[in-house]
Design a protein around this ligand. Structure first.
Ligand code: SF4
Ligand code: ZN
Ligand code: ZN
Length: 324
C-alpha cells in the first residue's frame, strides 16, 4: 500500500479495494463499512430503530463486527453464543466473544450444547456419520430461533458476509437447488414459529470485515473451525475469489443481482414450501411433515434422541476418521 492515497481524504491508505477501484485510510474504511451496512438495512428493510435485536455471535470476525457496527449505529442488540464443544476452538471462540461483550458492557447469553441438550458437535458428527457442519448448522438455527422467540426479540442478526452468501449461492446454483435458492435472501420475514432473520453484512466482504476488526481493535478467532473439513463452501469461495481477481465486482454482482432479479421470481416456491410445515410434537418448532404419516418430530429433537447417553467424542477422533 506504500504511496497510495485514500480516495476520500488523500491521506495514506491502509487498504485497496479493487471492486470500488479505490484505496482507503482507516477512518474512511470504517465509514464505507458503516454506509454499506446502513444501505443493506434500508434497501432490504432489515431493522427498525426500536427493534430488540439478537445477534448470533461465534467469536469470529463477522459476528463481532456486525454486533459492533449495530451497537455503534445505536441499535439495541444483545448477543447469543452457543458452546458447540469443538475442543480448544470453541474455548478460544468463547473467550473472544465474552471479552468483546464485557469491554463494551453488552448483554451476552451463552447456551452450551452439551450442558443443555446432552451432545456436542463432534459427537453429533460421529453419530449421524454426516459432515459436522450439517448437525452443527441445524442445531444453531434451532437454538437461535427458539432463543429469539422465547426472549421476545424482534429479529435475529447473523454475520454472513458477501463471500459467504456468494459461495452458498454458487453451490445452490451448481445444483439448481430451487428450494434453497428461494430462501437465500438477506431478510427472511417472521412467520409461524420462526423469527425474522437478517444479514446486514451482505454488501461487505470477508477482507473488509477483517480490516474493520483490526482498525477497531477487536480480537477475534482467526483459526478456521477444525470441523470445516469437507465443507464445500471453502472451495466455492476459492473459485469465486479467482474470478474476482480477474474481474473485480463479479462477486457482488453475482449475489446482489440474484437478490434483486432472480429471488422475486422464486416467491411462489417459498410460499408453497411454507404450507408444508407442521409443529414438532416434542418441542413445538416448525418442521416438515414426515412421508410416513408418523407424528412430526423436528431434526433437532431427533438428533437429541440419537445422541442421548453417548459419551463425548474428542474432535481429533472425528477428524482422524475423516482423513482415513
Ligand atoms: Fe459448525 Fe461447520 Fe461452522 Fe464448524 S465450520 S462451526 S462445524 S458449521
Ligand atoms: Zn481517508
Ligand atoms: Zn422438536
Amino acid at each position: 500500500m506504500s504511496g497510495s492515497k485514500c480516495r476520500v481524504c488523500r491521506e495514506p491508505a491502509i487498504i485497496d479495494l479493487p471492486r470500488h477501484n479505490a484505496n482507503f485510510c482507516a477512518e474512511h474504511l470504517l465509514q464505507l463499512c458503516r454506509r454499506q451496512v446502513e444501505k443493506a438495512i434500508k434497501d432490504y428493510d432489515m431493522l427498525s430503530p426500536d427493534d430488540r435485536i439478537l445477534v448470533a455471535v461465534s467469536g469470529g470476525k463477522d459476528s463481532l463486527a456486525v454486533w459492533d457496527i449495530l451497537h455503534e449505529l445505536g441499535y439495541a442488540a444483545d448477543g447469543l453464543y452457543i458452546g458447540l464443544g469443538i475442543g480448544e476452538y470453541s474455548d478460544v471462540s468463547y473467550e473472544f466473544t465474552r471479552d468483546f461483550a464485557d469491554e463494551r458492557g453488552l448483554t451476552l447469553t451463552t447456551v452450551d450444547l452439551r450442558d443443555e441438550f446432552g451432545y456436542d458437535v463432534p459427537t453429533a458428527a460421529k453419530v449421524t456419520k454426516r459432515v459436522p457442519c450439517s448437525a452443527c448448522g441445524m442445531s444453531k438455527r434451532h437454538i437461535f430461533d427458539k432463543a429469539a422467540l422465547d426472549g421476545g426479540y424482534d429479529v435475529v442478526v447473523t454475520g454472513h458476509n458477501l463471500d459467504d452468501e456468494a459461495a452458498v449461492l454458487f453451490g445452490n446454483t451448481l445444483r439448481w437447488d430451487i428450494d434453497y435458492l428461494s430462501r437465500q435472501l438477506p431478510v427472511l420475514p417472521a412467520r409461524d414459529g420462526f423469527p425474522k432473520k437478517v444479514k446486514p453484512l451482505v454488501r461487505l466482504t470477508e477482507r473488509e470485515m477483517a480490516a474493520w476488526c483490526i482498525v477497531r481493535g477487536i480480537d477475534y478467532q482467526v483459526e478456521e473451525c477444525p470441523m470445516a473439513v469437507g465443507n464445500k463452501h471453502l472451495s466455492y469461495k476459492e473459485a469465486l475469489n479467482s474470478i474476482e481477481r480477474e474481474s473485480p465486482g463479479s462477486k457482488a454482482a453475482f449475489y446482489l443481482e440474484f437478490v434483486d432479479k432472480m429471488a422475486p421470481l422464486l416467491a411462489e416456491r417459498r410460499s408453497s414450501e411454507r404450507a408444508r410445515l407442521l409443529a414438532c410434537t416434542s418441542c413445538g418448532a416448525p418442521t416438515t411433515a414426515p412421508d410416513s404419516g408418523d407424528a412430526p418430530v423436528c431434526a433437532f429433537c431427533r438428533l437429541q434422541e440419537r445422541t442421548a447417553g453417548v459419551e463425548p467424542v474428542p474432535v481429533e477422533m472425528v477428524l482422524n476418521k475423516k482423513a482415513r
